[in-house]
Design a protein around this ligand. Structure first.
Ligand code: ADP
Ligand code: ASP
Ligand code: MG
Length: 811
């Protein structure tokens, strides 16, 4: 025989209950079955809510009550087609509702809701649903769970009387009907005969008790997901079904909050070695999860992650607890005597303090109990009053393979540390099958995501990107991400999730990923934003594996990097301002990134997509020393000096550079050498030298007065330089030379200058807007290393930014 349990959602709607019918009838062809049902989804909560309204004397209880009646009536009307059967069922259901209404009315009148009344009210959900299912499934027999599921009171709580229950179950089901329908959850106090229950989610337990007592072949838990999953699918989108779990693993995961199975369910069937199968009522063909004693070993060190919200950590501590006898025994026995369960214990080897994890709802009671227990010690100063911190969350990673894999703990805490999540308490049992730890409630989602991601439970690694700046580079980057999205998912198992996009005035966010086809419209319609607001929103989202991508040229945006890095958010900058700003600030950014285990990348600051900074870093990391850098680093200036000829005057070339997107939005930044100076400063710093922009010697070609005044004045005045330039150009051409604006670092001395290079110079043939860098190092002394190629343009810059993002994904 088999026991099949159907949860609330499986009896919650017409389509699900009809699916239940099909599943049950198919199974019953092969053997006898017992079907355990929960209340219609959400009804238990509604029963409780209504009782609280009634207790408060709030008339709205009637509306809630009517809604429950209506929902059950509608369900019956739709699924029971036989008129006389329907009549019979309506009678049963309405009798139950009449009783329930009277109870509510009593509560409403006297404003009193005892435990006993509460339990009675809660029992109606399963009593109603099971009668509906019994009527729907022809030939089935309704069985009253209260007759054989018996509880007893212990420490003020009801617990199962296992022996009596087992005996009664065996007696009741001695001759097994083909299909029995049993209301889950509800029970009866063996001494008083009062209606009781097995705790919220307890229908699973009812089914397990029956399966164990009757030696069922299997216990099937039918629910609304495809099985036991690697994590709560409501929190982790990437969670997926685990094919096989051991009893111990399932027990650990459900104890720590995996709601799919009510924790006490596992023990009775585990003792009898009866497998549990978790299946989806909405997808009966799916394989589901099988839980049994021995399972095939898979390679993954951890099987799943679960969590308990609303955790309080109470610390029992003192100056010298060493002299206090039996502290732990007293902690646990006093709490147990008051029915408070402790789900996490952490004790330092010094024995100076013990931290325990309890549910928030038990916190006040637990603190009082412990203060009372250690009253004398607290009074004479050997111990401190209890210290409690609430609103925390406990996370457990579980898997039998952890035993055989060293380094799991290191990886776990390293991953959390890099994400800026601090751990409040830790516990690992010697079984090495569960590591649990407590974090702030606001870090829970991030912890679950980052662990799911880093332990390769997820199919994809996820990077969550905030893109700031949607001009030419930002726009191209978004286009490239959109284009590569599927490819990266397929071949690199990487999901690039753009969770935030900001323009200079607006910002949009979506933790599930923004729609990259329509972001401009969305941006336009969004609330106004500014850099501070942007930072606050990003920090508030507290999302895992996040990268801030700066495609602006704004100082205000660059000023955000420090706090972003401090909050464990990597930064990829096309913006040069930060890396070329004051040396101390640049150094602090790099140090912060290193300390936080995140990345600060700015490869495109020099040479757009060319691998210049990366190469310098590689050379240095491998022990080489950069002695000299000579470079043409301005695509704009190179473009200008390559374009200029007898027909195209200087001012026209500047205009063309701007129009074709080679120059900075304000070309004065290029012509004043500022852009090249910034780049040279960045390269020199990356080469290991301390330098600031003021230290760079300048030999410019546009007189200073052209940079004063407005941009408009600049454009107006620029043609005044044309004649002089043309004369100089003619002379240069006769000498067979070309102009190159060259940046040099020689033994820490930096300079920029317009140089005239002859045909045999490596810079002579530099075409269009190309860049070139010559690196003279201890190893590349006689023949410097040469890097050359496109050094400007939105597409190559965006591609360089993209490559930086990818380099973060691959660590
Ligand atoms: P039922 O009404 O069928 O008893 P529950 O709501 O009690 O259903 O449990 C199923 C729900 O548990 C799923 O819908 C899912 O959202 C949640 N859940 C939490 N953790 C897990 C997990 N690790 N695997 C599967 N489901 C989980
Ligand atoms: N209906 C009860 C509850 O909601 C029992 C169950 O669904 O298992 O807690
Ligand atoms: Mg449940």
């Amino acid at each position: 025989m088999k026991v099949l349990k159907f949860g609330g959602t499986s009896v919650g709607s017409v389509s699900s209950i009809l699916s239940l019918k099909q599943i049950v009838e198919k199974e019953a062809k092969h053997q006898s079955i017992i079907v355990v049902v929960s209340a219609l989804g959400g009804i238990t909560d509604q029963l409780i809510k209504t009782s609280l309204l009634a207790r408060e004397g709030d008339e709205r209880w009637r509306k809630e009550f009517d809604a429950m009646v209506d929902r059950h009536h509608k369900m019956i009307d739709t699924i029971i087609t036989d008129t006389s059967e329907r009549e019979l069922l309506f009678n049963k259901v309405d009798t139950l509702f009449e009783q329930l209404q009277s109870i509510y009315y009593g509560v409403f009148l006297i404003h009193d809701l005892s435990h006993k009344t509460q339990d009675t009210i809660e029992s109606y959900g399963e009593r109603l649903s099971s009668n509906i299912v019994a009527s729907l499934i022809r030939g089935s027999k309704w069985m009253d769970a209260r007759k054989f599921i018996k509880t007893e009171k212990e420490h003020g709580r009801q617990r199962l009387d296992t022996e009596l229950t087992n005996q009664l179950v065996k007696d009741t089901f001695k001759s097994l009907p083909r299909i029995s329908i049993v209301p889950g959850f509800i029970a009866e106090d063996r001494d008083t005969g009062d209606i009781t229950n097995l705790g919220r989610g307890g229908s699973d337990y009812t089914a397990s008790i029956l399966a164990a007592a009757l030696d069922a072949e299997v216990l099937e838990i039918w629910t609304d997901v495809d099985g036991f999953m690697t994590a709560d699918p409501r929190v982790i989108k990437e969670a997926y079904t685990i094919n096989e779990l051991s009893y111990a693993e399932a027990m650990e995961l459900s104890n720590f909050g995996a709601k799919v199975i009510y924790p006490p369910t596992i023990y009775p069937v585990c003792v009898k070695n009866i497998p549990i199968r978790v299946k989806n009522t909405f997808n009966p063909q799916g394989k589901g999860t099988i839980i049994k004693s021995s399972i095939e070993n898979n390679q993954k060190p951890i099987k799943g992650i679960s969590s308990i919200k609303a955790t309080t950590v109470i610390t029992v501590t003192g100056l010298s607890m060493v002299g206090v006898v039996g502290v732990n025994r007293r902690i646990f026995s006093s709490l147990a005597a008051n029915g408070i369960s402790v789900f996490l214990v952490s004790q330092a080897a010094s024995e100076n303090n013990t931290s325990i994890g309890v549910k928030d709802e038990d916190a006040v009671n637990a603190v009082n109990v412990l203060n009372e227990e250690f009253k004398l010690e607290i009074e004479d100063g050997r111990m401190f009053p209890m210290y409690a911190e609430s609103g925390l969350a406990t996370v457990a990673i579980v898997g039998e393979n952890m035993k055989h894999s060293p380094g799991i703990t290191g990886k776990l805490f390293g991953t959390l540390g890099r994400s800026g999540i601090s751990i409040i308490a830790i516990a690992q049992g010697a079984s090495e099958m569960n590591i649990s730890f407590v974090v702030k409630g606001s870090d829970l989602r991030k912890s679950l995501n980052v662990l799911h991601d880093s332990f390769f439970l997820s199919e994809y690694k996820v990077l969550n990107l905030f893109i700031c700046g949607v001009g030419t580079v930002g726009g191209k980057l978004i286009e490239q991400i959109k284009k590569q999205y599927e490819e990266l998912k397929l071949h690199s198992n990487l999901k690039l999730n753009v969770v935030g996009i900001a323009s200079s005035h607006n910002a949009i966010f979506n933790r599930e990923g923004l729609d990259l086809d329509h972001y401009s419209e969305e941006l336009k319609a969004s609330e106004p934003s500014n850099p501070e607001k942007l930072r606050d929103s990003i920090l508030q989202m507290n999302i895992f594996n996040s990268v801030f991508v700066d495609c602006t040229a704004s100082k205000d945006v660059a000023d955000l990097y420090q706090s972003l890095l401090e909050n464990n958010i990597s930064v990829v900058a096309a913006n040069k301002i930060a890396a070329s700003g004051p040396f101390e600030e640049y150094e602090l950014l790099k140090r912060t990134a290193l300390q936080r285990g995140v990345k600060f990348r700015f490869e495109t600051n020099v040479g757009a997509g060319l691998p210049i900074i990366g190469t310098i870093n590689d050379l240095r990391n491998s022990g080489d020393k950069i002695l000299k850098i000579e470079a043409v680093l301005s695509g704009t200036l190179n473009f200008i000096f390559n374009e200029i000829n007898a027909d195209i005057p200087f001012s026209e070339t500047v205009k063309r550079a701007k129009e074709q997107g080679y120059s900075e939005p304000d070309p004065r930044i290029d012509l004043s050498g500022k852009d090249v100076i910034r780049k040279l400063v960045i390269l020199t710093r990356e080469a290991g030298y301390k330098v600031n922009q003021e230290d760079v010697e300048k030999n410019l070609f546009v007189p200073d007065e052209f940079f004063k005044g407005s941009l408009e004045d600049f454009w107006k005045n620029l043609p005044n330089l044309d004649t002089d330039f043309e004369q100089r150009r003619q002379r240069l051409s006769e000498e067979g030379k070309r102009w190159r604006f060259v940046a040099t670092m020689d033994n820490c001395r930096t300079s920029v200058a317009l140089k005239e290079v002859a045909a045999n110079h490596p810079f002579y043939n530099l075409e269009g807007s190309n860049n070139i860098v010559l690196l003279t190092t201890e190893r590349y002394k006689e023949y410097p290393m040469q890097i050359q190629g496109y050094g400007a343009g939105a597409s190559v810059t965006a591609a360089g930014v993209f490559a930086n993002i990818m380099s973060i994904a691959n660590i």
